[in-house]
Design a binder for this molecule. Structure first.
Ligand code: GLA
Length: 383
């Protein structure tokens, strides 16, 4: 458990608001495979991890609400009757967005105070934003008996991101953070929102993340552009989403789309297929095949979908040069953040060390290595 993190938010809460708060831990996520498929109604393979956001939250008798981002040492007060996106952007829009989306569903909440702190660096591609949104909606649901289901809550979190943050994200991050199961990854159908948990025990192999510690500008607009391109191709094909297309269907409209967009749609169709194959490979404990699918996913993200960057490609090339790494790829939205690596346990430390040195030499900055555990979704904690 992230005892220290939780203790920190609790102490700060009591120091500021003099009452006992409700404590919540909301995890970030990894994704084994299935990238940029969620908003195409496709398949993904995420898992919640033991890193995320700890929140202390409680009702307030005051006529104002307060949110305190402990990491940034930044505190804001706001009036629940006048919620609107903050122009400065940044973290408060995740809180405001969730409040507004709850209100949009005609649910009534009273004033509250929240203190939160995380241990996922922003921009790592591990969904600290979904973790934050989920912690807020989960806490408010509990305190004000809103009777929201977990599904309702993740749609509220997602809408907050669309309408207050401006990223037209899919549902993977919010789902994984809310529904995570300890030691399992979730093979999720983003259309039906049904998932099959797969116990992840790779025996003498493990998953390891390496954070490039970069987040390139314009990644949000590039994300939204990709989504629009996929939607316009679906429209041309007369289908609901690219999940319903085959490579043959796409070929039939090749002359009506740009070569760039053709490759993007092709990537989505192929990544969906890879995700299904990966589920089978995990079932069969066939790690060689899983690793190859992971490398192929990166290849598509780099060359077809074009959401990678130099730093991510460098880390994947380092992995490819080491036979003990069965697969590696960029993870999440792209343009920075982490790679996920499937590596033999005995090689992990050595690979982390040599790669860190090489990365420093190439980019004159440090990367960070994370060994993660697959964990439970958003939940109440007691110290
Ligand atoms: C971000 C979004 C997700 C998903 C991934 C890419 O994390 O929030 O919905 O689209 O990018 O797979």
């Amino acid at each position: 458990m992230n005892t220290q993190l939780i203790q920190d938010v609790k102490n700060k809460y009591i120091e500021n608001f003099k009452t006992e708060p409700l404590l919540i831990f909301s995890p970030g996520r990894i994704n084994i495979i299935g990238e940029h498929t969620d908003y195409n109604d496709g398949f993904v393979f995420p898992a919640a991890v033991n890193k995320g956001i700890a929140a202390a939250i409680q009702k307030s008798d005051s006529n104002i609400s307060t949110a305190y981002a402990l990491d940034k040492n930044s505190k804001i007060e706001f009036d629940l009757n006048q919620i609107k996106p903050s122009k400065e952007g940044s973290w408060q829009n995740y809180v405001f967005g969730v409040v507004a989306e709850i209100q949009n569903r005609n649910k009534v909440i009273g004033n509250f105070n929240i203190v939160f702190k995380g241990n996922i660096p922003g921009g790592a591609g591990m969904s600290s934003s979904a973790a934050l949104e989920n912690s807020v909606v989960f806490g408010l649901n509990e305190l004000f008996n809103l009777e929201l289901s977990k599904e309702d809550m993740i749609y509220i979190s997602q809408k907050a991101e669309h309408n207050y943050v401006g990223v037209n994200c899919g549902i993977m991050d919010q789902y994984a953070s809310m529904f995570g199961i300890k030691d399992n990854a979730l093979h999720l159908d983003c259309r039906s929102l049904k998932s099959t948990p797969h116990k992840i025990d790779f025996k003498d192999h493990q998953l390891m993340l390496i954070n490039t510690n970069v987040k390139h500008q314009l990644s949000d607009s590039a994300y939204n552009d990709r989504r629009s391109a996929c939607e316009s191709i679906s429209e041309l094909l007369g289908i609901k989403a690219l999940r319903d297309a085959t490579e043959g269907d796409l070929k039939s409209i090749e002359d009506q789309v740009t070569p760039e967009n053709y490759q993007k749609a092709l990537y989505v169709i192929q990544e969906n297929e890879r995700t299904e194959k990966a589920a089978q490979a995990i079932e069969d404990n066939d790690l060689e095949t899983l690793g190859q699918l992971i490398y192929a996913s990166h290849n598509g993200l780099q060359h077809q979908y074009k959401v990678s960057c130099e730093e991510l490609d460098f880390l994947v090339d380092q992995a490819k040069a080491n036979k003990q790494v069965l697969g590696a790829r960029m993870m999440g939205g792209g343009f920075g953040g982490c790679t996920i690596n499937l590596i033999s346990k005995t090689e992990a430390e050595a690979f982390a060390e040599t790669t860190s040195k090489a990365y420093k030499k190439a980019f004159n900055k440090d990367c960070s290595v994370y060994f993660i555990e697959l964990s439970q979704g958003t939940h109440i904690v007691e110290l």
